[in-house]
Design a protein around this ligand. Sequence first.
Ligand SMILES: O=C(O)CCC(=O)C(=O)O
Ligand SMILES: [Fe+2]
Length: 729
Amino acid sequence: MPKKKKAAVNNRQTPYVPPNAATRQKAAAKKKKPKKNGKQPLWYHHSRKWKKTRIPLILRLPIELRDMIYSYLFVGTTIADITITKKGTAQRRRGAQSIMLVNKKLRADAGRAFFSQCKFEIPHFKLHHQHIRENPMSTLNRISNLTVVWTPPPKSTFTTTQSDDNLLVETLPELKNLTIDLLGRQYLRIDPENSESQPKLHESMLAYFKKEADENVLPIWIKNIIAKAQASTLSFKLFLTVYYAVDPSEGSDLTTATISWPGKEIVNTKLVRRTDWDQARAGLTKKYISEPADVEPVSLSRSPRTPMIDPVPRTRNSTTDMEKSGNSPHSNQYRNITTSEATQTSRHLDIHSALKMATETITQTNNIHLNGHANANGTSSLPPFPDDVPTAPLLALSLAKLQNNDPEEINRLIRACEDLGFFYLDLQGPGDGILDDADKLFKVGEELYDLPLEEKQKYDFMHKNSYFGYKGFGANVVDKTGRTDRNEFYNISKDDILNLSDPLPAPTVLSTQRPLFASFMQSSHAIITMILTHLNTHLGLPPHTLQNLHRLQSHSGDQVRLIKAPPQPVSDRQITLGEHTDFGSVTVLFNRLGGLQVLPPGKDASWCYVKPIPGHAIINLGDAMAKFTNGLLRSNIHRVVSPPGEQADATRYSLVYFARPENGVLMRRLEGSDRIPELDGEDEGEMAMTAKDWIIRRALGHRHAINKEAAMDFESFQGTERLSRREGR
Ligand SMILES: O=C(O)CCC(=O)C(=O)O
Ligand SMILES: [Fe+2]
């Protein structure tokens, strides 16, 4: 029964049933063979790739396009110029093509009210999308075939828009092939097979680069590197290699051009003929290897190969040369604050001031003063955590010891990550800075939630398919029965705060605190990198594997979350935040009041409270660590309920930093370790999703305003819960 087997392998939750042999034959006969030479349609290029990698094409689409598709699908609408075919039964509309979804509700909407609101303006795209077996969104799960056709651009434009590792280029109409390499790493590639003779190409491109380089052409991350580099005393060169296609009969030679920014020659641009790609790329790589000085710009934001924890410990007030400089006219032009400002405000962890704190389990820490914070800040008047409720036996680890590579402490860390996936981290001493930041951010949280609701709602970006910003009270479904949550939260993007992406609109109470957020994010990230470093060594992965999947300066879904849960009426105390595993890698959580509960593994386990301990963060692992290690490390299920005992009458604020894998990282078992269990046969065929898609799927899936079937689909938005229960997936 090959039919059944395939369905199980590729899509466990909503099995995909492939067309039977007869339908497949028919379809194959109909399918036009792409031409061998010359003008192959772009979709062929992509679908060939798909066949090889088995990664659904939807995940390969440029992120802007994907995001638009998701958001339109969410509101149950139709999109001009997109045709989706379900399992071989073509359903097209002439003229205004529409999305035809299996989902009845969406289909009913098609062609009605929403249609006129939808417009795609991205030109120059043509893709064929086949056999989507696993998609981030449940509606897409039911689609087996998608064709996207973009019309050519109406006018000559040459702009790039940045999107993770995918850059979209709306090209000059004559531009056919374009690749941009930055420091040997490929960042952009538009490579349709149908290149044509474009004699004027390089002149016009150069003209654009010269004219608009600073404003329009370069993606923001290149601009940021340039800005940082210009603010530094280091000399560097930035190489942009632009590959383009010409008609071989034209016989043009390699062209090299240099582009200058005011005051500094920083870009060396090469235009390379298509036929010389391999050669040129090989040369480029060689250059970087042989002249490491040229790659300084990357080390400005820490080299991708270096661990994030400072190899040389710094004191709280020390700054590097780079941080001291920074008054370049360019250093401040893209964002409210520069990275150097942010770095100056951050408290670097000082491993030499390590305190010799006891590292006992929670059952042995009852003598710690539990009612207040480690840092006296006037909020110690909170009611006490009761001593008659079941608490989870989390290990309490010491940051100081872990930083000092204390072998016993590292063993306890490993144990905590494998057994429960949750532990306390005593931050006192080396982490005093982050504790101060946390105290300040709790106050920021209070101010934020005091804003009028209409003001907060302006920052709900759900309809833009973004999980950053505000989520109102009751906006998420917490269980299969459709009950809704009882908290508000606000997600603040690390990429935004560290100027790696365009800033999102934010209320003044937040936008004035960017340096504080930056400091908190950098310190939290440093702690996480230290944890990842120990885990990497323990797992026997190649050096820096885990750290390099979580580089602070790379695009990721990392975020701070400020949460508020008001007291609930005695007669109606419900779940505040539904049970879940965290979507990313490592979470750093600050609690003042109880209410957080974990569900230990095992059949008969029941929910236990996690008692907040002053001076300690609660650390837990998320889905990515479970995926990377095929369940060896745990991403534990947890939830938030009304705080226990007297605490139930207080408003519960909490503060979280979520570290997630970089956007393009695949959520699947990592190679290169003997300790990570092999995937079983069934899992091997599983198609991996990128971290970005994983998080979007999980974060927005429960928002009932966009996913009308959030309760029904509850399970399809889950992460590694079953793995966490150690029940298999
Ligand atoms: O508020 C808390 O204590 C936990 C929050 C949490 O688990 C989350 O936001 O993922
Ligand atoms: Fe969580």
